[in-house]
Unconditional design. Structure first.
Length: 170
């Protein structure tokens, strides 16, 4: 298990995380790895992240239930250096688990690697792209990178794939 710093405000760390660290950690996930909290199986987590990357790149569109007048307050979370709470419930999913899309765990992992590559390319090729987050509303590249860093870090911790390393700004 590797220790990865948690610093959502470090753009270089976020780049390194998505260029290499995240996918290296996901490779250590086995189909039978138990979560440290929550109901997700490893495949549910992988497919949940695929879904999230599809939304931030505009492949699918998320509805947002946050009232417009609360976006600014909600978006503060993307800039503070606090991790996502362990039992956070996505308002689009609720308490249950979404049905699996892939018949094999290895196929889901392969699809995740592809969509992460698409994420990197998407905002490089379309730096002004805006896509709706289900909680934070319309986000551009920087805020999506912050959101996805927190989100992916959260799920790596959930399955014991990393240890959180505190940073000076935490």
């Amino acid at each position: 298990m590797v220790a990865i710093p948690f610093d959502v405000n470090d753009e270089n760390l976020r780049k390194k995380f998505f260029d290499r660290l995240f996918t290296d950690c996901v490779e250590g996930l086995a189909e039978n790895t138990p979560p440290l909290w929550g109901k997700m199986t490893p495949q549910h987590m992988i497919e949940h992240l695929i879904w999230s990357f599809e939304g931030c790149t505009g492949i699918i569109e998320f509805p947002c239930r946050t009232p417009d007048n609360l976006f600014e307050r909600a978006k503060r979370f993307l800039h503070n250096n606090n991790a996502t709470p362990h039992e956070y419930k996505n308002p689009l999913i609720g308490e249950g688990l979404l049905p699996l899309r892939f018949s094999r765990f290895t196929d889901a992992k392969e699809a995740l690697h592809k969509v992460i590559g698409r994420f990197a390319d998407h905002f490089r090729e379309r730096p002004g792209a805006i896509h709706t987050h289900p909680v934070f509303g319309p986000l551009g590249a920087d805020e999506w990178h912050r959101s996805q860093f927190k989100h992916c870090y959260h799920h790596l911790l959930q399955f014991g794939l990393i240890n959180q390393m505190e940073t000076a700004s935490s």
